[in-house]
Design a protein around this ligand. Sequence first.
Ligand code: FMN
Length: 183
Amino acid sequence: MPVMRTSKGNVTQAARNKSGMKGDEDKKGKFPVFDERSALSAIKLRQSELAQQHGKYVPIALKIAPDLDDAQIAAIAALLMMHRIDAVIATNTTLARDAVAGLPYAGEAGGLSGAPVRAASTRVIAALAHHLKNEVPIIGVGGILSGADAQEKIAAGASLVQLYTGLIYRGPALVRECVQRLA
Ligand SMILES: Cc1cc2nc3c(=O)[nH]c(=O)nc-3n(C[C@H](O)[C@H](O)[C@H](O)COP(=O)(O)O)c2cc1C
């Protein structure tokens, strides 16, 4: 998977989320139309079958994009609660380029991670927390490059945080800093 480094962020040409939630791609026929409601039902049914079969319940988290408006976030929150999804991970990389406008590689295609996605991810977490009212735990990820960034996600409503790009720039010391900040 090609990765392009920008200012404290990476542009990743990753397989995009193929749900209708990512925008108009599905409608243009690029991907098959994806019905979130029946897909989540099918996933929960299979989760339950496998739990019975193996005597072990494995939680399933839905991961979402930061490029969602408030109505889309509200709709996703309703689906998460309706289907009793175990957790939501907010967020994946962004397709937006506002935070890196004018920088080298800003025009490259793919998902952008790191510092440029931080604010958008935190906004999605806060909106999700508002709608979910603690019914579904939120795993906060996106642009955590310091303990303060991790605290921002928790303050916005996340129960856990995930480090990704921050580990590339800061190494394992970032984990210690986050733990100390959140202690
Ligand atoms: C090189 C790279 C590969 C990634 N691969 C995946 C993946 O396979 N599945 C996934 O859910 N998220 C993937 N992500 C998204 C990250 O898990 C994370 O949600 C996103 O990068 C935002 O967090 P960050 O700013 O800390 O990197 C990838 C991100 C990068 C930079």
